[in-house]
Design a protein around this ligand. Sequence first.
Ligand code: BTN
Length: 267
Amino acid sequence: MSVNFSAVFSSEQLMRRLETNVHIGKSVFCYESVGSTNDVAHRFAKDGARSGTIIIAEFQTAGRGRNAKKWIAQKGENIVASVILRPTVPLEHLTYLPLLAALSVAQAIEEIVGERTEIKWPNDVLIRRKKVAGVLVETSAQSGTVDYVVVGIGINVNQAEFPDDLAERATSLFLETGIVYDKTMLFVSLMQFLDANYARLTSGDTESILNMWRARCEMLGKHITFYQGDVKREGIAIDIDERGFLKVRIDHKEEVLSQAEIQTIRY
Ligand code: BTN
């Protein structure tokens, strides 16, 4: 894997601005171009990188999304980054990490951009119903013990256009507001919220994470269609449970989804 150091995001600057964080951002690696920041993070984690290490790039040549989709972001316009975590929380609390990351993205956008955001379960962040950010959490575990987790985050910041097949569903902060944003400022805010939310998780305060997440999840109470594998189903999204799984009422029975791809929401 070949990687080049970036002149745009600066490791020193980011580490200085994240100095007050408890956990995240004590080591920061900035690149101009990588395959996927998640792949770099996996490699660093296997080599022993400390928890809280950040990998951020200007461009990815093989960015990954959830469900084996590609994540394509125009060079230099967006945030593509991964954080290595070595959580010592109970295994069952790891299911919070995708929600926690999406919540942190939503909070950072609200703080810097001042736009209302919506979270679509489990971890898409939307503005005016269009996706502006996504999260890909990958866990490395051996015999039931978590070695490390990579939290990959992509935010469409200043990208001005999207391919036709995406334009109806995807947007950027620039397209929503007409303002070009300082990516470093937004990223620092994101890492500050992530640090604070991660501290809540490690101290066992999962209830406040869930409540802040629920407050932004407009699909609760709404009719949804969703895919489980190739099977399309529908029901009413009721709530998320104490693990962050989605409770859905289907034909008068309640089911709990640990994984699914939400297709439509009837607002
Ligand atoms: C999704 O919504 O499908 C998740 C998208 C996650 C994209 C980010 S960009 C940084 C990190 N590196 C990757 O290859 N993917 C994640």
